[in-house]
Design a protein around this ligand. Structure first.
Ligand SMILES: *Cc1c(COP(=O)(O)O)cnc(C)c1O
Length: 376
């Protein structure tokens, strides 16, 4: 079976993990700090804007507290979002307000967001679909005009850029995932970015029990190191030296990963671009860069499910992301989302990972073209 996603791991990661074993300190330590420093550099920012955590979903959940979202506040989420985004809003007692998306990019646009803004709206939780940037030049002024916080789910945008700067650095807060199905993988882990270093400080405590450390404490209890104080009922969500050691090696390999992923993207464009029964992804906007996390085609003949099954029979696994939250009854959100419905019923994500062989690429393209001859 040709996988739709797959990690690329090697000796470098194993050696790095071994050195953590040898050090006898598996917990959060110097290696995590090094990874944070390297990732800040990767984003083109400084370490007082970033903080690691144990997964990207934790970043979504924590964004509500960190952005001051209160019960009853409304948070706008594109209906094509990761399930964790919907849960993050609801579990905090805020009201989940869904918006429609662009039918081709599957990203929410400023006009989609503006339609559902009310006096109770406090934040927008954006998703950059497949690492392709949303139109931040239109969304940020809209958020400013209404005084809304902007949270960017950059889970799959590890190398994405918008207008020349790292994607995720426009909004108040952003998060990247390093789980097993992403591009940079370390088992589980994530990085958070904060526009305001003070929010980072708040997050640092929130992600470790709300513990007050160091500041002003040395004098009073330095002799009794078992005493503590807290400033919030925080979580416990930190990276450790094992996952950080892996993440550092993966970070070094990112340029290679991107080269490979872009080549796959271009090969699909070349191999499928002339077929009139499907749409290939739109070209990127000037100054934007994708991480090539997904390659999504959209069938114009209503035969998406048939194609998915046809390919699976040929040993080619495909999928669709993200199932719309408005079709999940438990969220209880009403409304019509015609573009998201179109995307959900006609979009297919093709295999895209660093280990895809050119023979496999050719096979996938050939099978899709064959399917077109039968059903196109
Ligand atoms: C994978 C993913 C997440 C969750 O990441 P974890 O690190 O697994 O919690 C969130 N949002 C999007 C868009 C994702 O693809």
């Amino acid at each position: 079976m040709i996988n739709v996603m797959q990690p690329t791991l090697g000796k470098e990661e194993l050696d790095a993990i071994k050195s953590v074993f040898d050090s006898n300190w598996l917990g959060k330590g110097e290696i995590v700090a090094n990874f944070e420093k390297m990732y800040a550099e990767h984003l083109g920012t400084s370490v007082n804007h970033v903080l690691s955590t144990n997964c990207c979903s934790e970043g979504l959940f924590s964004s509500m507290y960190l952005c001051g979202i209160q019960p009853g506040d409304e948070v706008i989420v594109p209906t094509l979002s990761f399930v964790g985004a919907g849960n993050a809003v609801c579990v905090n007692g805020a009201k989940l307000v869904l918006c429609d998306v662009d039918p081709r990019t599957l990203n929410a646009r400023a006009e989609d967001i503006e339609k559902v803004i009310t006096p109770k709206t406090k934040a927008i939780l954006l998703l950059h679909f497949g690492g392709v940037p949303c139109d931040m030049d239109k969304i940020m002024p809209l958020a400013k005009a209404y005084g809304l916080k902007v949270i960017e789910d950059c889970a799959a945008g590890v190398c994405s850029k918008y207008r020349g700067h790292a994607l995720g650095t426009d909004g108040d807060m952003a998060m990247w995932s390093f789980d097993a199905m992403k591009i940079l993988v370390c088992g589980d882990g994530a990085m958070l970015h904060f526009k305001d270093p003070e929010m980072r400080e708040k997050a640092d405590k929130w992600l470790y029990f709300g513990l007050e450390s160091k500041s002003g404490y040395e004098n009073s209890v330095a002799q009794k190191w078992w005493e503590f104080d807290i400033s919030s009922y925080g979580h416990r969500a930190i990276m450790n030296n094992i996952t950080a050691a892996m993440a550092i090696e993966q970070l070094k390999k990112l340029p290679l990963f991107m080269e490979k992923r872009e080549a796959v993207h271009n090969a699909y464009n070349d191999g499928l671009g002339d077929l009139n029964w499907l749409d290939i992804p739109l070209p990127l906007e000037e100054g934007s860069r994708s991480s090539f996390y997904f390659y999504h085609i959209q069938l114009k003949n209503g035969k998406r499910d048939e194609l998915a099954r046809y390919l699976r029979e040929k040993g080619i696994y495909t999928t669709y992301r993200y199932f719309p939250l408005h079709r999940v009854p438990y969220y209880g959100v009403e409304g019509t989302f015609p573009n998201a419905d179109y995307a959900t019923d006609n979009t297919l994500c093709l295999p895209l990972h660093q280990s895809l062989k050119s023979s496999e690429m050719e096979q996938i393209i050939e099978e899709i073209r064959k399917f077109g001859k039968i059903y196109g």
